[in-house]
Design a protein around this ligand. Structure first.
Ligand code: GH3
Length: 315
């Protein structure tokens, strides 16, 4: 299609190959009560290696979306049995934001008011059914590319660039939600606050680069030893937090003890320079109702660990 309808640059073809490659894992749903329209669209989308799901009514579309929460894009007709495409879209947008799902409205009529109506109901884009296969592919690709970019940027915004661990934003958005789910399900949610001892002295004595290398090295050790489903966060500076969902106290302590005894004995950037950094850890009790209160408990325990001589775990 690309080569038939208009010339394409090499860069553009490269982008397209890249898109098709990512399409192999991308689910798209078409909602239309016409079996002919469904079959035609399905065939065209499958040419670009998309996984296509079909629905013939709004009700069925909502059900299939529930069964396939990883659907990335929906192409929806405005005339559907039961409810209009606009009504279905409004319902979809209650649970699926623009950050995770793209919707393209589609219609066979030339009514100029349709585009605005679709966009106002929560669509990203609008297409006439008489559009060329090339235009269909371009709109689908652009909407999927935009979603991929949002996913990449969101991932970046949740990571600490120095260590690759999650950051505070992730703690207060994602882990906070996880905490609520765990407590609602009657499960424990523990937090370990971890701080390198006398880190300022290491900076002052060996320089900031050595300090940075040590922070990175501790972060890697946390990642390597992390129990399943746990989340490691760099709070800032030389302080880390590990969220331990549904992990009992002995297992949490075992992980923390292993971490404590795995501290590097030499400068991670200079094997010949020996130093033996230690860490202090505060561990919350696991049944605090809110993440904020659990973090306060872990913080108080960390403070006690520091006050009572450092290089220890306090619960
Ligand atoms: P304590 O055992 O009581 O925690 O002593 P400490 O020296 O570790 O005290 P504190 O945690 O307050 O010191 C943190 C130091 O970390 C102060 C700050 O200059 C330094 N720091 C913060 N962020 C970074 C960073 O990204 N890299 C480096 N190298 N140093 C950092």
């Amino acid at each position: 299609y690309v080569l038939k309808d208009s010339p394409a640059s090499l860069g553009y073809l490269g982008e397209l190959v890249n898109r098709v490659d990512r399409n192999l894992n991308t689910k798209v749903m078409i909602v239309d009560d016409s079996s002919h329209a469904l079959a035609l669209l399905k065939k065209r989308l499958q040419l670009y290696c998309l996984q296509v799901i079909t629905a013939t009514s709004g009700e069925q579309a909502l059900e299939k979306l529930k069964q396939n929460p990883d659907i990335k894009l929906i192409i929806i007709d405005h005339l559907l049995p039961g409810a209009t495409g606009f009504e279905v879209m409004t319902q979809i947008r209650r649970t699926h934001s623009f950050n995770t799902l793209a919707v393209i409205g589609i219609s066979a009529t030339d009514d100029p008011a349709l585009t605005a109506k679709f966009l106002k109901s929560g669509a990203n884009d609008f297409l006439n059914k008489a559009c060329t296969p090339e235009e269909l592919m371009l709109r689908v690709s652009q909407n999927l590319n935009q979603l991929d970019r949002i996913t990449e940027l969101t991932e970046m915004a949740h990571r600490d660039p120095m260590t690759g661990l999650f950051n505070r934003r992730h703690l207060y958005n994602t882990v906070d939600k996880l905490h609520k789910d765990q407590i609602r399900a009657g499960k424990a949610m523990r937090y370990a606050m971890i701080d390198i001892d006398r880190f300022k002295q290491i900076n002052d004595k060996f320089g900031h680069e050595t300090g940075d290398n040590l922070i990175i090295s501790v972060a890697h050790r946390i990642s390597d030893l992390l129990p399943p489903k746990s989340v490691a966060i760099r709070i800032g500076g030389d302080e880390f937090c590990v969220a331990l969902p549904d992990i009992d106290e002995p297992t949490s302590k075992q992980f923390l003890s292993e971490l404590r005894s795995s501290m590097p004995v030499t400068d991670p950037g200079n094997d010949e320079r020996t130093f033996a950094p230690t860490i202090s850890v505060g561990l919350s009790a696991g049944h605090e109702n809110t993440m904020a209160s659990a973090l306060r408990v872990a913080d108080r325990c960390l403070y006690r660990a520091k006050k009572s001589g450092r290089n220890r775990i306090v619960t």
